[in-house]
Design a protein around this ligand. Sequence first.
Ligand SMILES: Nc1ncnc2c1ncn2[C@@H]1O[C@H](COP(=O)(O)OP(=O)(O)O)[C@@H](O)[C@H]1O
Ligand SMILES: [Mg+2]
Length: 306
Amino acid sequence: MTSIAIMNSKGGVGKSTLTMAIAETLAEHHGKSSLIIDSDGQMSVSLMMTPGRLLAERAESNLSLVNYFVQKVLEDKEVDWPQFVCREVSDVEEIGGMFLIQGDMDLPLLEREIAIANKFTHMRTAARELLTAAKQYVDVVLVDCAPGISVMTETWLRECDQHLIPVKPDFLAISGLEYLRRFRSRNPEMGFANQLGIVINMMEPTAPEDRAMAAHLREDEALHCFDAAVPMASIIQRASLFSQESRSYLAKYAGAPGQAVRAVTHELLERIKAKPEIGSGTHETSPIAHPTPAPSPPSPPPVPNA
Ligand SMILES: Nc1ncnc2c1ncn2[C@@H]1O[C@H](COP(=O)(O)OP(=O)(O)O)[C@@H](O)[C@H]1O
Ligand SMILES: [Mg+2]
């Protein structure tokens, strides 16, 4: 049981797409459950994995990630977190163990209110409590972060156990990594998620520039670059469009791009196993697997971040 912030200060590198693909592969191939937290005002991963009608209904009922933080941090209320979890997630047929806390376009407004109320510490506590509680019921919590380093993204980077960085093999990818490295070195006493590594996405395998850039990224041991890279492929682009008709996992992730997604997920699991936070378990009494929430479990001991 671990939590992973999927982040890159750059947008459009495939954070949301890989979050979805990894979660679906964990479920389909490894029998591992996941909770996806959509922490981007663009709501990309929510839209990729859930019918828009359902997202709209739940937004109407104030059941987004922003509503969780508003109630918990700004209104100082006791919050029953499982109610924010959507269970009808993914267009892959007969897939189970996938959960989502949906995003909200008002995320920047929430961050503004938190800043005005000077409640950063409360925000971190609320995020930590959510992650700690969720980790008892799913194998992996995946937080799909917004680009840039906003207050919310910083919160996840400091509170998650690990972080994973999808990159495109181009020059901007490298400058984004340097930006994150410098950010990480500030206030080390505040904690920071372990680096699981970088995953090269949107790789054109036959393009010499992409191959040269990938080789350059792999040479830098500090980046812990994954061996597998996900190619630029229309099948992956199509995977990111929610299908009203359910589709088989193998149709969604067909061919070499699908193999690359499975190789990345396999490597991710190997890397997680090498870290102390991971475990596995059955989650039969999960309050998020059943419509009626079970009583809150006792809090487990805090997990060190670094
Ligand atoms: N490997 C890939 N091949 C082709 N298109 C991709 C690939 N990965 C992501 N995309 C597409 O690129 C766009 C941006 O991806 P997204 O996951 O939203 O990026 P981010 O979350 O980093 O902003 C989406 O349209 C997605 O379908
Ligand atoms: Mg995204």
